[in-house]
Design a protein around this ligand. Sequence first.
Ligand SMILES: [Zn+2]
Length: 265
Amino acid sequence: MEEDDLGVPVTAKIKFLGTAGGRFAVINQIRASGGWVLEMDGYMLHVDPGPGALVRAKQYGVDISKLDGVMVSHAHPDHSIDSEMVIEGMTMGAKVKRGFLLSNKTVFDGSDGFRPVVSPYHKKAVKDIFVVKPGDVVDVGGISIEAVPTDHSEPDGLGFVFRGSSTIGFTGDGEYFDSQPGHFKGCDCLLINCLRPRSITWPKHMNSDDARKLIAEANPGMAVLHHFGIRMINRAGHEAKWIEKETGIKTIAARDGLSVDVGKP
Ligand SMILES: [Zn+2]
């Protein structure tokens, strides 16, 4: 088994195909916005394929024909807009029925001004469709995926907890809420969509002070901040260091193309 630089066996890998969040960082491609890919226990899952996901997969060496699943946390375009093309990649251009698509009902049915994100043609191309809400757990083989709630402007928005050889938490978009840390207890690695630095609040989105609170209370093995808004990008490394100092928990700021090895001590 592969080991990390401290000799701990690597049980999961996370690759960032983008770290931009919010309108302007994405529109201007100040950072990429292709989502992230989890490899664990022989599975490869693409989460939140936003604008440019195909291009960034190619750029950062991810072969999307090997994907086992596509997951979309909510219907906002920076998380979802390249879903259909990534599904085509996973299914040999919709010619081989394979893999799964997991998301919420807004992504599948549309609502509140959003059209359905994935066409009937693309839904038919995948082997399994999972329409989930907070509290649902889907077992896809060696990995179970729990949908967890968010407090975001897309009311059906989700976070996820992946349980396999490692436990990986992902907040999705949204602001901190009191019961949120309870969903992420026991995570080896927690990914946090952190749109703003600590001094700037934005309703329904997380800033780094909220991220600090979440990390301190959920107590993951390590935390990774990503999905940065335009006012966070240049301060992300500084904010991560501050959180690490405050909490004593290893915290890093992702950059485009970063690969994170998660070990189970
Ligand atoms: Zn959003």
